[in-house]
Ligand binder design. Structure first.
Ligand code: ADP
Ligand code: MG
Length: 397
């Protein structure tokens, strides 16, 4: 998958309209985590370094649901953005309207204007094609060139993420370029051996990604809550563990298909269990596949971790999506932490995607030792599922 990137674009003397993900957490009108703003800076700085460029920046913030709600204003973000960029950023009065059009028109070379929250109007997320098109055209009128660097919303066909691309020459920023550079090979031609580690709560939410990765990987580790549905299918007792009764057939079919395809599946061979799903529940070590009637599996055990570590030894590519246990509870976080450590120590190309898995990697302070930590929760999952992301499809060469 080859993208048109800002390196391919002729930006000289152009007004550049860029979609970023400045959907940052706020408390009392102050940005509490500026990671996403910082992440967009390389692309923004690159554009501003080109001769004669000016920049119109757009983002969503929270869920104002098509209404102009002051608590979702990008004003506080503008302040932080300006600080981090090291130059003034003008805050637009709105997203659309004559006043904004004037503000955009008056923008001089080297200047930066941040539009208000694109979700202040229903046009951004609208399912009505005509409404979306009209909004897209208005946004497109603000620039000569469109750049998208908001990977986290690339799975949404919104006006600001996809619609505008139909009305302007459009290019990927560095963030989207990096996401695709690391994720596309996983589905196309990964360096082998390729190990996929999939966990999380439910088979239902991960079955598509399992099937997708099974096409290219050599080994799949299945951990987390969803492992028990698979163990049940294989005839093991799983006690009170999470089991999706409606997905037993799906799980069985997957195991059969993996076997025929020669994909090795690793399931937990030991567990850390508890009597109840509770932060303070007493952890009980359970050796072997089977879990006693009164217990539920909360984490993978040390022997399972050793199997994962062993599988990673020869791996050239590893992808991880979904925690191995209830890592939010200290007593049941070890399996996830150990797997995260193994990934961080691996010489392979390592990719971590998924909201909770990324949270876990950050919690354990290991993000800098991973080749690529995806910036999209839902978007990275859909990418790994092999789905076409509308915001990226419009940027493909
Ligand atoms: P991601 O966001 O990385 O894609 P998921 O959302 O699929 O991951 O799954 C994360 C959730 O799975 C976590 O909240 C975690 O507590 C839960 N989970 C992991 N193992 C278990 C388990 N054994 N029982 C119940 N829930 C679990
Ligand atoms: Mg999640």
């Amino acid at each position: 998958m080859e993208l048109r990137t800002i390196r391919d674009a002729d930006l000289k003397n152009k007004k550049v309209l860029i979609r970023v993900d400045f959907n940052v957490p706020l408390k009392d009108g102050v940005v509490t985590d500026d990671t996403r703003i910082k992440a967009a800076l390389p692309t923004i700085k690159y554009i501003l370094e080109q001769e004669g460029t000016s920049l119109v920046v757009m983002s969503h913030l929270g869920r104002p649901k098509g209404e102009k709600k002051p608590e979702f204003s990008l004003q506080p973000v503008c302040k932080k953005f300006s600080e981090l960029l090291g130059r003034p950023v003008k805050m637009a009065s709105d997203v659309i309207g004559n006043e904004v059009a004037e503000e955009v028109k008056n923008l001089k070379a080297g200047e930066v204007l941040l539009l208000e929250n694109v979700r202040f109007y229903p046009g951004d997320e609208s399912k009505d094609a005509a409404v979306k098109e009209e909004y897209s055209k208005t946004l497109a009128s603000y620039g000569d060139v469109y750049v998208n660097d908001a990977f986290g919303t690339a799975h949404r066909a919104h006006a600001s993420t996809e619609g505008v691309a139909h009305f302007l020459p459009s290019y990927a920023g560095f963030l989207i370029e990096k996401e695709v550079k690391f994720m596309a090979p996983l589905l196309e031609n990964p360096e082998k051996p390729f190990v996929a580690i999939i966990g999380g709560a439910k088979v239902s939410s991960k079955i598509t990604v399992l099937k997708s990765l099974a096409r290219t990987c050599d080994t799949i580790v299945i951990g987390g809550g969803m492992a028990y549905t698979f163990l049940r299918v294989l005839g093991h007792s799983v006690g009170k563990s999470l089991v999706e009764e409606d997905f037993l057939d799906t799980a069985r079919e997957f195991l059969d298909a993996a076997k025929s395809a020669g994909v090795k599946v690793i399931l937990p061979v030991d567990h850390v269990a508890a009597e109840a799903f509770d932060e303070n529940a007493k952890p009980v070590y359970v050796d072997g596949y089977d879990i006693p009637e009164n217990l539920m599996g909360m984490d993978i055990g040390a022997k399972t971790v050793a199997l994962v570590v062993d599988a990673l030894k020869s791996a050239k590519t590893v992808v991880w999506n979904g925690p191995m246990g209830v890592f939010e509870f200290a007593s049941f976080a070890k399996g996830t932490e150990e797997v995260a450590k193994a990934l961080s120590e691996s010489d392979a190309i390592t990719v971590v995607g998924g909201g909770d898995s990324v949270a876990a990697i950050n919690k354990f302070g290991l993000a800098s030792k991973i080749s690529h930590v995806s910036t999209g929760g839902g978007a990275s999952l859909e990418f790994l599922e092999g789905k076409t992301l509308p915001g990226i499809a419009v940027l493909v060469k």
